[in-house]
Design a protein around this ligand. Structure first.
Ligand code: FES
Length: 91
């Protein structure tokens, strides 16, 4: 059975402590922006919200599966990079 494509965005949020978390750094807005950009590109790939992906110090973190292609320190300006990665694999 072929692996299904997916974009997995860490939306972990920590309350307390000193370790950063991706939700504090805007990953929920990133997930929404990626969903919109994929739809505009005609790519029907789900964007799932995940638990911590163990890149907390380099977040927001996300991955394109099944690669995985890992994205760290993501910004809204870099959303096209994710769309391009999806298109390369599944477009
Ligand atoms: S909180 Fe996002 S990778 Fe750990």
């Amino acid at each position: 059975m072929p692996l299904k494509p997916e974009v997995m965005v860490c939306v972990n949020r920590r309350f307390g402590g000193t370790k950063p978390s991706c939700a504090e750094r805007g990953s929920e807005a990133l997930a929404r922006a990626i969903e919109q950009a994929l739809a505009e590109a005609g790519l029907t790939v789900p964007v799932t919200r995940s638990v911590c992906q163990n890149f907390c110090l380099e977040g927001p973190a996300m991955r394109v599966l099944p690669g995985p292609i890992i994205f760290k320190a993501m910004t809204l300006e870099r959303v096209p990079e994710v769309v391009a990665a999806v298109a390369r694999q599944f477009g």
